[in-house]
Design a protein around this ligand. Structure first.
Ligand SMILES: C[S@@+](CC[C@H](N)C(=O)[O-])C[C@H]1O[C@@H](n2cnc3c(N)ncnc32)[C@H](O)[C@@H]1O
Length: 240
């Protein structure tokens, strides 16, 4: 993450570790973890603010002068991300979005916090935004970027990556915040959802992850999609 320089991306979309000593295996998942790959790199809770600051520096350094960033956060440490963004010398916190998702295994046992926060960071006033996309949430009623209501999907019989982002969440963000041909950067890419979504929508992507096992999940996902899988099965049309 910190080694990157001169990527010059139009946008960074990145989902950092939670800082919860999360291992991505049983106990966290409450489901069959046998296909979940090892090697997920977590950030220690007591160093979380420092790591988030390093991430925001890396994203600032590797995006264009008018570049922007969208950074995901679970609920437990989102206050740290929020404060770090407010204090950052390059980024300005332009807004906050929420991704509301289903997490059925937990809902059966206790009240669940089924929302991720997404911090939308900009450098100046000349950022790109489109008010419509081709995904469901923009096709019904008024487009609403405050809440993205997107279900988590589970890939059967495939290697799994802890905290894999659904491609649809990535697709919605890409269509609202980027144009075709833009370059997207994710230095914490895991299974590479950001890159797979970007490629399917005609954007380029540069990805990285410290976990060497992440590449295998990325490659098997790409292979399954090349085999006739549809990157965005629920997409209603192909507007932007
Ligand atoms: C929440 S996961 C990202 C999941 C990804 N969005 C996906 O869809 O699969 C965070 C990732 O950051 C990686 N990571 C943690 N520290 C890192 C670092 N310093 N440099 C690169 N990757 C790192 C972890 O290995 C993990 O894959």
């Amino acid at each position: 993450m910190t080694e990157w320089s001169d990527v010059d991306a139009d946008i960074a979309i990145s989902d950092p570790p939670f800082g919860l000593e999360f291992g991505g295996k049983a106990g966290n998942y409450n489901r069959d973890e046998s296909r979940v790959v090892d090697g997920y790199v977590e950030w220690k809770t007591d160093r979380y603010a420092e790591k988030v600051d390093q991430l925001l520096d890396a994203l600032a350094r590797n995006t264009t002068a008018n570049g922007q960033a969208i950074v995901f956060s679970g609920k437990d440490n989102s206050h740290i991300l929020h404060q770090t963004a407010l204090d950052h010398e390059t980024w300005r916190l332009e807004g906050k979005l929420y991704w509301a998702y289903n997490f059925a295994p937990y809902c059966k046992r206790r009240p669940a916090h089924n929302v991720y926060e997404l911090f939308w960071l900009v450098k100046g006033d000349d950022w790109y935004y489109s008010n419509e996309c081709s995904f469901e949430h923009c096709q019904e009623g008024e487009s609403n970027l405050s809440v993205l209501d997107v279900k988590r999907n589970y890939l059967k019989e495939m290697p799994k990556y802890p905290t894999r982002l659904p491609l649809e969440v990535v697709g919605v963000l890409l269509e609202h915040f980027t144009e075709k041909g833009d370059l997207v950067f994710d230095p914490l890419a895991g299974s590479g959802s950001v890159g797979i979504g970007a490629s399917a929508l005609g954007r380029d992507a540069i990805l990285g992850d410290l976990n060497e096992n992440a590449r295998g999940v990325f490659e098997s996902t790409v292979e399954s999609l090349e085999d006739g899988g549809n990157v965005f099965p629920d997409r209603s049309n192909t507007r932007p």
